[in-house]
Design a protein around this ligand. Structure first.
Ligand code: UFG
Length: 338
């Protein structure tokens, strides 16, 4: 039976793909997004957009009062590891406080299920790789710390008020809707795959490889890239599992790819050279993050785009078709692709 869901940050990258998955299966969706970093055009027809900042608790409360809600999915947050190393208090305050108020409001209005977009950055520099769900928490940045604050708030919301919650710790979200409706568009863009693709397409300057002296096979950082549609599927599965209790899942493919391997993948898929130069480390970047996603896999999660080339292919298709992103004017440095 169709249900009604609230998705904060549903105009953002991962959130918009979850909204698509909910709409595709016939659910009603309300997106709550400030559009500070999200895009109006990323909210697919069929979903209702409420333009509101989570920093407005009475506004949020009024939206939640208009239930009942099958669940609340919480994506809206600042999400850049590097930026959080420069603006620690902004990350801790905005992400932490806004989410805690949202959770409080959910409890007040009888919401029973809450799904959090959490992060692999909870694990800092991990002791074992792949990283199991049980690994020691030691956030690698104020961004990771802010997500840990929210996970802890959910624990207490569960113990005291019975709120069921899923904490989904993404490794590196990447790729785009295979149907071509949605993609990745941040301003400024700081994520590796879109930057490498744009460099290949001649739309941006050469990519800088952040650090070549890490203890990895080629000296560059290793990450576990996970397709954004596979992440959306994991949210639906987690929601179904929330009937009985709580869920904590690591979401990644269990395969690590270095920065140079990502560049090679884009060169292969795009059949173009990727101009790049070797640079120094970016503060806050752990050398290796690879998921041990045993819990999600045991629950039946089956990623469909586990291969890096497949992830890159969907990302390339969207960026190729949207030189300026979501209908926004193309930035100055964008040159038409040849
Ligand atoms: N990198 C470069 N050059 C660039 C951009 C990135 O070498 O121009 C490197 C980074 O140093 C890192 C890797 O590419 O080693 C991936 O960097 P991203 O910026 O694409 O992603 P992050 O690993 O920093 O962070 C992402 C999300 C976080 C999430 C994290 C989980 O942005 O929200 O994955 O692993 F917490």
């Amino acid at each position: 039976m169709a249900q009604r869901f609230l998705v904060t940050g549903g105009a953002g990258y991962v959130g918009s793909h979850l909204v698509a998955a909910l709409l595709d299966r016939g659910d009603d969706v309300v997106v709550l997004d400030s559009l500070r970093t999200g895009h109006r055009a990323a909210v697919l027809p069929g979903a209702r957009l409420v333009e509101l900042d989570l920093a407005d608790p009475s506004g949020v409360d009024a939206v939640l009062a208009d239930g009942p809600w099958g669940a609340v999915f919480h994506f809206a947050s600042l999400s850049l590891v590097g930026e959080s190393m420069r603006l620690p208090f902004r990350y801790l305050a905005e992400n932490g406080v806004n989410a805690i108020r949202l959770i409080e409001s959910c409890v007040r209005h009888g919401v029973e299920r809450f799904v959090l977009s959490s992060t692999a950055n909870l694990f800092g520099t991990p002791e074992t790789v792949p990283i199991p769900e049980t690994a020691r928490i030691d956030p690698g940045s104020p961004y990771g710390e802010s997500k840990w604050m929210i996970e802890r708030a959910l624990l207490w919301a569960g113990r005291i008020h019975g709120l069921h919650s899923a904490c989904l710790r993404y490794f590196n979200a990447a790729g785009a809707d295979p149907a071509g409706r949605l993609g990745e568009d941040h301003e400024p863009e700081t994520h590796l795959i879109p930057l490498v693709i744009d460099a290949a397409l001649g739309r941006r300057p050469p990519v800088e490889v952040f650090g070549t002296d890490y203890p990895t096979s080629d000296g560059t950082c290793i990450r576990d890239y996970v397709h954004v549609t596979d992440l959306a599927d994991a949210h639906l599965l987690a929601l179904a599992k929330l009937v009985d209790g709580n869920v904590t899942w690591n979401l990644g493919n269990g395969a690590g790819h270095s920065v140079l391997a990502v560049i090679r993948s884009v060169e292969h898929v795009a059949a173009r050279k990727v101009p790049h130069r070797l640079g120094t480390r970016r503060p806050g970047d752990p050398a290796v993050l690879v998921a041990g996603a045993k819990a999600a896999l045991s629950a039946g999660w089956r990623p469909k785009f586990a291969a890096l080339d497949d992830i890159v292919r969907t990302a390339l298709a969207w960026r190729d078709a949207h030189p300026g992103g979501y209908g926004d004017p193309a930035p100055e440095h964008v040159r038409p692709s040849s």
